[in-house]
Write a protein that binds this ligand. Structure first.
Ligand code: SF4
Length: 284
């Protein structure tokens, strides 16, 4: 089971855009939509496991192909054939139930110009397939760098109109740690501002990477500032903060010297958060 939970290969059959994963965070089968097979991203995180952003030829998103791959997989799932797949034979049946279709992958979905149209089609597919498959969510996993852009807002208003969720990255309390972790030309204040705007409109889950960065780990002061940032986002709409997910490195990272932190460290950060705020926190 551990391998199935932690393995997130982007390859499925001959697909370019759509891939199934068994996701502990989603609680079952998550169908990923990767709009960035070219690794295009607005961050360059020290712990990124997707591979280098540089040196890849841009791959324009083929919206019709995204839709075709989504429909093909959902038809395959509806036929019962997915449940018999050899690659997932050790996964318990209840963990093979479809929980979401999730914009995720090797880069940042919201910087792709086709994002709004992909969102529209995903929502159409959700409406069409829910009667056959039962309820499943639509989600966006994002680094929150472009959430406020009008085209992104337009896409989100369709993608998330039926109980959808944003799962967004927040890795830092201070600008200094943000620069080391996320290595973005943007400022942390911009990310917090975007998250504060987003939570006013949509249910939001915060995903936070906690790791050892070439011998440096988050200080007590850094963690305290991170919790202050969480509190600011939470106060904008407490009902919309679904949960905080703390996680550490589990696969090889591109940058050398990025190491996992022990479970006890994550549990301690969790306790500090829950002592300060009435939010659900899970450690992975
Ligand atoms: S936001 Fe995600 S894809 Fe982009 S660099 Fe960071 S970890 Fe990699």
């Amino acid at each position: 089971m551990i391998a199935a939970w932690s393995s997130h290969p982007r390859e499925w059959e001959n697909n370019t855009w759509v891939y199934p994963v068994i996701s502990r965070r989603a609680g079952g089968l998550s169908l990923g939509v990767n709009l960035n097979p070219d690794h295009h991203c607005s961050f360059s995180c020290a712990y990124c496991q997707s591979g280098p952003q540089e040196g890849h030829k841009r791959i324009p998103v083929d919206i019709d192909a995204v839709e075709r791959e989504l429909r093909n997989f959902l038809d395959f799932y509806a036929s019962g054939e997915f449940a018999k797949c050899k690659a997932f034979e050790n996964v318990p049946e209840q963990n093979k139930l479809l929980k979401d279709i999730c914009l995720s992958g090797d880069g940042e979905s919201t910087i792709v110009k086709e994002f709004p149209e992909v969102c529209r089609r995903m929502r159409e597919i959700q409406k069409e397939y829910t009667p056959k498959l039962g309820a499943f969510k639509l989600r966006l996993i994002t680094n929150a760098s472009h959430i406020e852009a009008p085209a992104v807002q337009q896409g989100l208003s369709q993608l998330l109109e039926s109980d959808g969720e944003i799962w967004a990255k927040l890795d830092a309390g201070t600008e200094e740690w943000f620069k080391k972790m996320n290595r973005s030309p943007l400022h942390l204040t911009k990310i917090i501002d975007n998250l504060t705007k987003a939570i006013k409109l949509y249910p939001l889950c915060i995903q936070t990477m906690v790791c050892d960065l070439q011998g440096e780990i988050p200080s007590e002061q850094e963690i305290d500032h991170y919790i202050e940032n969480l509190a600011a986002i939470h106060s904008a709409n407490p009902d919309h903060l679904v949960e905080v997910q703390l996680y550490t490195v589990i696969r090889d990272t591109l940058l050398k010297g990025v190491e996992p932190l022990p479970k006890e460290f994550l549990e301690r950060v969790k306790t500090k958060i829950t002592d300060a705020l009435p939010v659900k926190v899970r450690c992975f």
